[in-house]
Ligand binder design. Structure first.
Ligand SMILES: Cc1cc2nc3c(=O)[nH]c(=O)nc-3n(C[C@H](O)[C@H](O)[C@H](O)COP(=O)(O)OP(=O)(O)OC[C@H]3O[C@@H](n4cnc5c(N)ncnc54)[C@H](O)[C@@H]3O)c2cc1C
Length: 508
């Protein structure tokens, strides 16, 4: 025994009930080598002994004609994590390394995409200052290395009484169905599906705005931006009017950082051959409804960021709610119309819509699942949620944990402990958010931020290279959680080499 699987294609697994009923219909068709926890035994081996030792059930009737026989490790607790983002991927990595590797539990990750890119990098992908493919993690390869299973699919529903999640049918780019709707059973479910931009129902926003919620959208933005530069460069060559107006709605961290990245892109383009378009021909505006930018951060940070944006010739408009987005303009609440050929919506977030009505789980107006301090959903002891898609209370505060990468990272750590405890029948661990401060990166120009003093609880203002170091360390911490220290060191070195060898801006 102990032969670990090289499953021949075509083996289907059946569960205990199906086998007892004599059914030959496989339960799971996705059991390619290594993706499903099962043990193989040559048909000559003593089945009773195998069954006892592994507490598994031998699906002999279904598989009798095959060269190998499969035993489903049915008694393993199945933890399903939906969403392999900033929080979810860290969680499955740790669970796989600790529980999956030793066959103490079966760990599965379900994600709507095939690859992971850390979301706070998306504005750099959009502007072209970062090549996403160098920072992309393929879930299948990562799963194999870290002892969890990966299932491609978009969760669309939940059956709490059957303890199954529903995965929507999967279609290819031509609209053909590749895999029909299916269900995945769980013992413990963790939902970490993140958030998307919230346009608050503003007329025209969906039709005319670009969003930065996914790698696909960031790449689309990048292509549109390059084409706009190319078109304007050509118009300049012909002596035609050629100014380009780019507007960013929302001056939170994403909007502010994106503005700086776009300014850098507009300065770099002439270096790469678009000599007729000057950076001053590209007007970049950041528009904020509140009376200052970065409204959620301390006033000093907001003032420093405003100065930096102005220094980079980015127009800052505050106290200006946008009431309508048109094809080539924005209409403000006071009726003023601003020209805008490219408009990016970066104001506010909400959790995915399907969470609002998920088989009776409690959700708030922003579709976030309501969880207790242990990250357990308020109405189901078997379902947890964390990251941007969950509203987690904080002690001594009437506001939930903020939707940030550092919160998702810390919650993944707490939930890892809770899930390990759960298998041993121990208590869940309450989550306490530790705000380490906020950093705003102005591309290669500068970084400003505040760091929280652990003991004093006071914040300390920092800027420049020191601030930049802390900013980068957040991503490196994410990489350490996914790859370990040594591999992260190698990746860091490769990044340095790649930056020295390739153009500063991604030009395709
Ligand atoms: C441009 C930008 C810059 C940012 N900068 C910062 C920053 O500097 N610092 C900071 O702290 N935070 C930053 N944030 C916020 C940060 O990215 C999020 O708070 C963080 O990613 C949340 O992590 P998460 O695991 O909850 O969700 P995500 O990282 O968004 O991951 C969600 C995952 O769920 C998957 N998914 C979604 N729906 C489904 C479904 N139905 N079925 C299956 N899978 C699904 C997605 O494919 C994705 O992989 C930034 C965000 C953006 C957009």
């Amino acid at each position: 025994m102990g032969v670990y699987p090289k499953v021949p294609h075509g083996i289907g697994l059946i569960n205990r009930d199906q086998a007892q009923r004599g059914s030959k219909k496989p339960l799971s068709l996705n059991c390619h080598a290594g993706t499903t926890t099962l043990v193989l035994a040559a048909s000559s081996q003593g089945l009773d002994k195998v069954s006892e030792d592994s507490q598994a059930f031998f699906a002999e009737r279904a598989l009798g004609s095959l060269h190998f026989k499969a035993i489903v490790m049915e008694n393993l607790h199945h933890i399903v994590v939906v969403g392999g983002g900033a929080g979810g991927l860290e969680l499955v990595t740790r669970l796989g390394n600790k529980l999956g590797k030793k066959h103490k539990a079966r760990i599965s990750l379900v994600d709507a995409g095939l690859t992971h890119v850390w979301k706070p990098l998306l504005h750099e992908v959009a502007s072209g200052s970062l090549d996403a493919s160098a920072n992309e993690i393929n879930y299948r390869a990562h799963a194999r290395k870290h002892h969890y299973e990966f299932q491609l699919g978009r969760m669309s529903g939940l059956d709490r009484s059957a303890k199954e999640i529903v995965i929507a049918a999967f279609h290819d780019d031509e609209g053909n169905e590749v895999v029909p709707e299916r269900r995945i059973p769980y013992d413990t479910l963790v939902i970490a599906v993140g958030s998307t931009a919230n346009d608050f129902g503003t007329p025209g926003a969906q039709e005319h705005c670009l969003f930065l919620d996914s790698l696909r959208q960031a790449r689309r933005f990048h292509n549109l931006m390059l084409n706009a530069f190319l078109r304007k460069n050509h118009e300049a060559l012909q002596g035609k009017p050629h100014s380009l107006n780019i507007s960013i709605i929302g001056a939170g961290a994403t909007g502010v950082e994106l503005a700086a990245e776009l300014r850098l892109a507009s300065r770099e383009l002439p270096v790469y051959g678009m000599n007729h378009l000057k950076s001053s021909d590209v007007s970049i505006s950041v528009i904020e409804a509140a009376d200052r930018i970065l409204p959620a951060l301390p006033g000093r940070l907001s003032a420093a960021a405003t100065r930096e944006l102005q220094r980079q010739k980015v127009q800052v408009l505050t106290g200006q709610p946008v009431s309508e987005v048109r094809e080539n303009s924005l209409v403000m609440k006071d009726g003023t119309e601003l020209p805008s050929e490219m408009t990016i919506w970066a104001a506010g977030i909400k959790a995915p819509g399907f969470l609002a009505d998920l088989d009776g789980l409690e959700a708030n107006r922003g579709n976030q699942l309501m969880v207790e301090q242990t990250l357990k959903t308020t109405r189901d002891d078997h379902i947890f949620a964390f990251g941007d898609c969950a509203a987690c209370p904080q002690p001594d505060s009437d506001r939930p944990v903020p939707p940030r990468a550092q919160a998702a990272h810390q919650q993944a750590d707490t939930l890892f402990e809770t899930l390990c405890n759960r298998l041993e029948g121990k208590e869940a661990v309450p989550f306490v958010y530790n705000d380490h401060g906020s950093l705003i990166n102005f591309s290669k120009y500068t970084t400003v931020g505040n760091l929280m003093g652990n003991l004093s609880g006071r914040s300390m203002y920092i800027e420049g290279k020191v601030a930049r170091l802390f900013y980068v360390s957040l991503y490196r911490m994410h990489q350490v959680a996914l790859h370990g220290f040594v591999r992260t060191g190698v990746i860091w070195l490769m990044d340095k080499i790649s930056r020295a060898m390739h153009p500063r801006l991604k030009l395709h």
